[in-house]
Ligand binder design. Structure first.
Ligand code: HEC
Length: 175
């Protein structure tokens, strides 16, 4: 599914070449191939989270930040407090936040499906951790997000997840 853009591009290129051969106009071919190259370029610039958008090392760093700053409310696998079985007599008010939603796995990916990594990153940086929003560095937020992707069973890749908004906005979340 993540290669859809490329396949469509390749099919379009093949189509253009055969059409041009039939029409016998080399000029038409040149123009159309140029248009297709532009298309292929734009298809390449957006990536799916399924294509491996973070590294194993980065997720390892993110795990440390997560354990220090996020685990209290979102719990060890990012499942959130909502997923915790209710234990009679136990007060969740004690620590953390009983309202904290899942930040990994199926429910998280479903909620953010079709949105960008930039959108989650932005929300995290502006609101998390509750009570001290923005207290991690730009790089640390990117590392934590890499860890949330790892917890969500998305594949690691060769390149680190960036912290720049314009790059994060090109990464699409898919469940
Ligand atoms: C004190 C508890 C607490 C801590 C600590 C905390 N969070 Fe949250 N988090 C929440 C609550 C509560 C919400 C729901 C906020 C809302 O819906 O308005 C939330 C929402 C989120 C969401 C949005 C989830 C969604 O799909 O809507 C993300 C992502 C997130 N937190 C990430 C983090 C990260 C990363 C950290 C650590 C840097 C962190 N949180 C630390 C309580 C916490």
């Amino acid at each position: 599914m993540m290669y859809r853009g490329y396949w469509t591009g390749a099919a379009a290129a093949a189509l253009v070449v055969s059409m041009s051969v039939v029409s016998g106009s080399s000029r038409t071919m040149e123009v159309r191939l140029k248009a297709d190259a532009t298309y292929a370029l734009s298809a390449q610039s957006t990536r799916s989270v399924k294509a491996g958008v973070y590294t194993v090392d980065q997720a390892r760093r993110g795990r440390d930040h997560y354990r220090g700053r996020c685990i209290l409310c979102h719990l060890d696998n990012g499942q959130g407090r909502g997923a915790e079985p209710e234990i009679v007599g136990q007060s969740l008010e004690r620590e953390g936040d009983a309202e904290a939603p899942p930040v990994a796995g199926e429910p998280f990916l479903t909620k953010w499906n079709g949105k960008t990594a930039g959108a989650v990153y932005d929300l995290m940086r502006k609101t998390m951790p509750v009570g001290s929003a923005g207290s991690l560095s730009a790089q640390e937020y990117a590392d934590v997000l890499a860890y949330l992707f790892e917890l969500s069973k998305l594949p690691a890749g060769q390149q680190e997840l960036p912290s720049a908004a314009d790059q994060l906005n090109l990464i699409t979340i898919e469940r």
